[in-house]
Structures are given as structure tokens and as C-alpha cells.
Design a protein around this ligand. Structure first.
Ligand SMILES: C[S@@+](CC[C@H](N)C(=O)[O-])C[C@H]1O[C@@H](n2cnc3c(N)ncnc32)[C@H](O)[C@@H]1O
Length: 209
């Protein structure tokens, strides 16, 4: 019961269980995010967007990497926006970070705004993945980069590893082939996948033309 309540709140955290889930995600995704961020070059003056920013931990990591650049976080959960703002209050006060409520399907930004867009452990929940990737493409600058980060990756050695979560949430673990294919269809180029065999993690980088 507790497990179910907690996991269900990964989709769109709200209420008591949402608060617990946000705390658990900030902690539980930190190492995964650090590993993934190594695969993308972030310049000191970059404009970066973190989509599905959850409790805002990735936003705070990105703020440490950009000097006079800006970091935006977007999440469609009101509670996540509140918690992200709290965690990043100093960065918000000095106008380095901005947290907004919004959906990946209709990002509240003009086109060609971001050098980098990150999305950690959120892709599985997107309702219209092809169009959502196209929406991110729209807000990326030419040659801008997308970094997608996954813990739920299909595995030949452990084919049932994610069955329980998949059935509970109605989502699917991703495969290297599927993610490459959909990114190509969405118009991205220079798609690269990286895996960490000891954990099964995967991250993908892709570029706007
Ligand atoms: C598993 S959590 C990951 C949060 C954070 N990225 C992290 O690594 O801790 C998934 C997040 O994606 C957000 N999310 C899911 N679908 C979304 C959508 N269509 N638009 C914006 N945010 C979304 C959820 O509200 C939730 O905060």
C-alpha cells in the first residue's frame, strides 16, 4: 500500500505522498544525474532548461555549472514547482534560476532559447512522446543539445526487472533502439547513447540541426 502510494506519485507528485516522493527523488536520482551530466559539455554562459524538474535537485546542480548563464526548471506538478523553488531560493533570488509550472507538451518559452535541455527520469510519463520531443526541439537553439536520462532501461539479462513499476504506472522502460528511433523522427541528429553496465543506467544526447 505504502509502496503503491509512493510510486504513483512519481507521475505527478501531490499531497503527502507527493512530498515524500519528491524527497526520495532528489536523493535517489542524484548519483544518476551526476553520472549523466558528465556526458554533456555545459558552458559557463549557457541557458539550460530542466524538463520535469521534480524537487529541483538537477536545477541546483546545473546552477553550479553555469556561471553567468541561466537555469530554468519546468514541471506540471504544482507541488514540484513549490519544492523546486524552495530548494533553489538563493539561485532564484540572484536571477540565476527560474522555476515555472508547465507541461513538456507546451513549453512556456520562445523558440531557439536554450543551449541545453535536460530531462531526468521523466520521459516515460510524457503522453505524446514524439510531439513532446519536437516541442523541446523548438525551444533548443540551433546546435543545442538534449540530454535524456533513464534508470528504467530494458535489459536482456533481466527482462522482468521493471514489470512491477510498468504495470503499476502503465509506463514502459526504454530501449536504446526505440529512443534513437523516436529522436531521429523528431528531427534530432548526432544521437549518442551511453550506458553504465553496473547499474543499467542509460543517458542519451541528441542535437538540433
Ligand atoms: C520521476 S519524477 C523525476 C523528477 C526529477 N527530474 C528527478 O530526477 O528527480 C518525474 C517528474 O516529471 C514530471 N512530469 C511528468 N510528466 C510531465 C509533463 N508532461 N510535463 C512536465 N512535467 C512532467 C512529474 O511531475 C515529476 O516531477
Amino acid at each position: 500500500m505504502k509502496y503503491r502510494k509512493l510510486v504513483e506519485n512519481a507521475v505527478r507528485p501531490q499531497g503527502f505522498w507527493g512530498k515524500l516522493m519528491i524527497r526520495s527523488m532528489n536523493k535517489g536520482h542524484s548519483e544518476l544525474t551526476d553520472w549523466a551530466l558528465v556526458h554533456i559539455k555545459i558552458n559557463r554562459d549557457d541557458n539550460v532548461l530542466d524538463v520535469g524538474c521534480g524537487g529541483g535537485k538537477t536545477v541546483s546542480k546545473l546552477c553550479e555549472k553555469v556561471g553567468n548563464g541561466k537555469v530554468f526548471g519546468v514541471d506540471y506538478s504544482e507541488l514540484c514547482v513549490e519544492k523546486s523553488k524552495k530548494l533553489n531560493k538563493n539561485n532564484i533570488m540572484c536571477a540565476k534560476a527560474t522555476i515555472l509550472q508547465g507541461s513538456v507538451s507546451a513549453l512556456p518559452f520562445e523558440e531557439n532559447k536554450f543551449d541545453i535541455v535536460t530531462a531526468v527520469e521523466t520521459y516515460y510519463f510524457w503522453q505524446d512522446k514524439l510531439n513532446d520531443l519536437k516541442e523541446i526541439y523548438r525551444v533548443l537553439k540551433p546546435c543545442g543539445k538534449l540530454l535524456l536520462v533513464f534508470e528504467m532501461v530494458t535489459s536482456e539479462e533481466k527482462p522482468h526487472k521493471w514489470d512491477k513499476v510498468e504495470n503499476l504506472l502503465g509506463i514502459k522502460a526504454v530501449s536504446k533502439e526505440d529512443i534513437t528511433d523516436i529522436l531521429l523522427h523528431a528531427g534530432y541528429q548526432n544521437i549518442r547513447t551511453y550506458s553504465k553496465s553496473s547499474t543499467g543506467w542509460m543517458c542519451v544526447t541528441a542535437e538540433k540541426e
